[in-house]
Design a protein around this ligand. Structure first.
Ligand code: ASP
Length: 403
């Protein structure tokens, strides 16, 4: 049977949904259930997915940290480049404001949500749950993340036999959650069809919608371009004293693969090969930094998550306070660490940010339609940043490279 690739299926669904919503606005109730089911399925997996991905991520970093100096250097690189990427996104989305005036017919829904604008102090205090099971039930992301990080960290502090058991358990748990996620994502074309048809049918001004989505994409793409063509090359040049141009050339195959597969994990073998054989980094460094980077270091995803969350807030007419913007920055960092290196993972973990600042998860429906192309581009940046990290760390360890 002819197998159409998922991104083509999504594209076709998108076109059909726009036609359906525009031509038959009164009949969207016949297809809206597909979108509802898809969003329900995403919500269903979010708590166990986040829990298992953070615990398994932290235990792996924790175990890796025992490698000492190399571990600390790697983590510093990962966290600071992701943070820089987020700040670029935050800056651009506040300048371009793609969602402002989008009039997507969403603002009225928010009034019913009664978003609690907590003070900074309260937000901090509430991160520590009085009852973690209540947090699971309510989907209190910050508390769940806090608990998961603690749990993951202390797994690395217990005696070997227990540690191995629990690490394996959470790795396996995470893998099952990923399988379920992939299974749900197979239904994305149907879900997108339902969601987009409804969104389109509610539009009075279609041109406005296209304009807002276009501006949103441009904001993300500009940010990604700046981070990959300015920030990371500057780090290569000044911290690693390497030649960014030579390194890009060395990385052509993995970068193209990242673009076409939208998966850092799938690209990993090629990344390792290119960084070792073309850029000349030792296996000691690549074997440690690159697999870890493919799962925890996602600059492109982090930038995208920040822009997308604020875009959604703007489209819903919610003005985020300063504290809420800080929460977006922190949770975008966590969401990018929590995202697995597979297609559309960032789209799932963005729910962490939305829940943390009290935005409706339905907002995902808004950005879903253009996610695939952004996913391809952010994955390139994710892989590029991992490779720049390996080169930077190798150079600071005194290795002689080819770049
Ligand atoms: N697809 C991305 C990656 O594999 C993750 C994401 O969805 O942002 O790196």
């Amino acid at each position: 049977m002819l197998k159409i690739k998922l991104h083509w299926q999504i594209l076709i669904a998108l076109v059909l949904a726009v036609l359906y919503g525009a031509l038959f606005p009164n009949y969207v109730e016949y297809v809206s259930w597909m979108g509802d089911l898809f969003l329900r399925a995403l919500k269903m997996i979010i708590v166990p997915l986040i829990l298992s991905s953070i615990i398994s991520g932290v235990t792996n970093i924790g175990n890796a940290e025992n490698l000492g100096k190399l571990g600390i250097k790697t983590l510093t690189y990962y966290l600071s480049t992701s943070l820089l990427a987020i700040l670029i996104g935050l800056f651009l989305v506040n300048i371009f404001q793609p969602g402002i005036g989008a009039d997507l017919g969403l603002s009225k829904q928010v009034e019913e949500l009664g978003i609690a604008k907590e003070s900074f102090g309260d937000t901090l205090i509430n991160i520590i749950p009085v009852n973690i099971f209540e947090s699971f039930l309510k989907g209190d992301m910050l508390s769940i993340i806090f608990f998961a990080i603690l749990f993951g960290f202390f797994i690395t502090q217990i005696k070997e036999s227990y540690r191995v058991n629990l690490t394996n358990f959470f790795d396996a748990f995470f893998e099952v959650m990923m399988k379920i996620t992939m299974f749900i994502i197979k239904f994305a074309p149907l879900g997108i069809f339902g969601i987009v048809a409804v969104t389109i049918s509610q539009q009075n001004d279609l041109l406005q919608l296209v304009q807002s989505m276009g501006l949103y994409m441009i904001t993300v793409l500009l940010g990604l371009a700046f981070h990959s063509m300015v920030t990371l090359p500057l780090i290569l040049k000044f911290f690693a004293k390497a030649d960014p141009w030579l390194h890009v050339k060395a990385m052509t195959t993995p970068l193209l693969t990242a673009f076409s597969t939208s998966s850092s994990n799938a690209t990993l073998p090629l990344t390792i090969d290119a960084v070792e054989n073309n850029s000349g980094v030792s296996n000691k460094i690549t074997s440690f930094t690159l697999p870890l980077g493919a799962t925890v270091n996602m600059d492109g995803t982090a930038l995208y998550e920040c822009v997308a969350a604020i875009f959604i807030a703007q489209a819903y007419g919610v003005e985020l306070t300063f504290v809420q913007q800080i929460i977006v920055v922190i949770t975008a960092l966590l969401a990018s660490i929590g995202a697995a290196g597979i297609p559309m993972a960032g789209l799932v973990t963005i729910t962490i940010i939305l829940s943390a600042v009290g935005l409706p998860l339905e907002g995902v429906g808004l950005i879903l339609s253009v996610d695939r192309i952004l996913d391809m581009c952010r994955t390139v940046v994710n892989v590029w940043s991992d490779s720049c990290g390996a080169v930077t760390i190798a150079k600071t360890e005194g290795e002689e490279l080819k770049v």
